[in-house]
Ligand binder design. Structure first.
Ligand code: PEP
Length: 253
């Protein structure tokens, strides 16, 4: 287990009605061991962020994140939600560059860089997702791919600007498939990511940076994954929709 911050973030994707979302939060509240030291984040659809924040009232152990934000500041971008809007409702985190957004919505590195800028300008912590497809792992280009994903988006920032950054390594072949990276595969990539960050910025910044694993993480495999030195927690999809499973993942450090 690492000395860094421990973080478990739930990515609810496009699931739940408002009442189901509030029930899920209630389920998490009643199953949560409040002695846990992990930072807990839930990322519901935009529409539910405000109601969940109101529902949680002063209970601040669960933080809210969005699953995306616009690369634009404001204006005529019908259907978009800005980082400033998210901050104005006390949302604290935002997932940027999830593989589903890269693949289904063709998000480019240039857009992702702008999204991270908007998030940081508004005091949101970006959870920046990187990860390879299976064919890239099979032909051994996965390290180069992840290096490019990081360099092309982060190299124009200064370490000081990225204090709130969290990286999530999410191999695309593990997302929603039930196939998880082995702890050795996760650890190997997390060390590599830390190395890239150290080369781009400095060792100190790389040492402190939280790097989460995502991809079919569940109560059965979380302990082993989280026990890796460079795995600082998880970005959880499917298992974050079940209060029991999500809480037992949170308790897996
Ligand atoms: C995700 O989509 O970020 C994710 C990790 O999904 P799952 O846990 O369902 O693989």
């Amino acid at each position: 287990m690492s000395f860094r911050r421990k973080i478990v973030a739930g990515n609810w994707k496009m699931n739940n009605s408002l009442s189901e979302a509030l029930n899920l939060i209630d389920g998490i509240l009643s199953n949560l061991d409040t002695r846990t030291t992990a930072e807990i984040i839930v990322c519901p659809a935009y529409t539910f962020i405000g109601p969940i924040i109101n529902h949680l009232k002063d209970f601040n152990r669960i933080k809210l994140g969005a699953q995306n934000c616009s690369e634009h500041v404001s204006g005529a971008y019908t259907g978009e939600v800005s980082a400033q809007m998210l901050k104005s409702i006390e949302c604290d985190y935002v997932i940027i560059g999830h593989s589903e957004r890269r693949i289904y919505f063709n998000e480019t590195n240039t857009q992702l860089k702008e999204k991270i800028k908007r998030a940081l300008e508004n005091g949101l912590a970006p959870i920046f997702c990187v990860g390879e497809k299976m064919e890239e792992r099979k032909n051994r280009t996965h390290f180069n791919l992840v290096r490019d994903q990081i360099k092309n988006v982060l190299s124009s920032f200064k370490a000081k600007e990225l204090e709130k950054l969290i990286i999530a390594y999410e191999p695309v072949w593990a997302i929603g498939t039930g196939v998880t990276a082995t702890s050795a595969e996760a650890q190997e990539m997390h060390v590599f990511i830390r190395q890239i960050i150290s080369e781009l910025f400095d060792q100190e910044f790389a040492r402190e940076l939280p790097i989460l694993y995502g991809g079919s993480c569940n109560p059965q495999n979380a302990k082993e994954l989280f026990s890796c030195d460079d795995v600082d927690g998880g970005l959880i999809g499917g298992a974050s929709l079940k209060a029991n499973d999500f809480c037992s993942i949170i308790q897996s450090f």
